[in-house]
Design a protein around this ligand. Sequence first.
Ligand code: C2E
Ligand code: MG
Ligand code: MG
Ligand code: MG
Length: 282
Amino acid sequence: GAKASGRNCARLFDPNDPQSSDESENIAALLKIAIDQRLVSLVYQPIRNVVSGRLDAVEALMRLRMLDGTSVPPSLFIPIAERTGAILELGRWAIRTACTELLIDEHVPVVSVNVSPIQLRSPGFAASVAAILGETGVAGGRLALEVTEGLELEMHSDILRCINDLKTLGVRIWLDDFGTGFAGLSWLRLIDFDTVKIDRSFLHDCNGPKGKVMLRDIIGLVRNRGHKILIEGVETEEQMTLMRQCRIDYVQGFHVGRPAPAQTFRLAPMGDARPAALAKPN
Ligand code: C2E
Ligand code: MG
Ligand code: MG
Ligand code: MG
């Protein structure tokens, strides 16, 4: 499966793998031409600072369109891109695109881009980020890279070295989907993340009293280690109130805004609250 093969960098497609259905082979083929044919794009979702109310950052999320115009969700195409190795080129494309279509605009303070562990382990990744920052003239501190904890994210000295090189460039390193895997705690011990994003399942499971205790425990753990805390998946005003009570630093979710094309964020300074424009689905 995708998780197991994530251990080997850029492994080629295995026809004996039961996951290699026709559909995934089609997507694998599509991914090879996706950049040239402009089938991939980025949408951006705002991140709100709970205390100031300002939009301090946006997260870049990749979109893939098939030749007939239908779209493929990232939960489907990202694992395939990881399995075939296409993620290396797509990942560089995403960072470059975030820099050229959004960070060019001084109004946008920070853009975060998701990176796969395969990228962090591939030789020359930090150098390619340095090259993109140099070419686009974007300061490293305005780029954040989101690393997802997962089974395949076993501690690896190459990854640690890569993260240190990125930090030297000023790039921020965030931990994504915290609480969904077993590796998260050891990652917190080894890497000084700027921000930890707590997976939206904790918020969605916290309707009962037990769920709330879980959420408070996980918030306490992250806060005691000195990281900024972002909660993902905030959808209602009620959840927003809970976030204020829990003194969460940042929130992201449909309540703040849906993912939208770059131009949505270039219309006005990011600090402006523009819920009407941002609430529109992409
Ligand atoms: P993620 O990094 O945790 O991104 C957040 C996901 O939650 C996005 O799904 C976003 O649209 C969705 N979301 C945001 N707010 C809410 C909310 O209030 N409620 C609900 N139910 N969902 C919300 P999306 O865009 O489908 O992306 C799914 C995953 O695919 C991402 O999870 C990320 O792990 C991966 N992904 C997306 N783009 C990239 C990329 O450029 N590179 C890599 N390596 N992975 C990517
Ligand atoms: Mg993310
Ligand atoms: Mg992610
Ligand atoms: Mg996440």
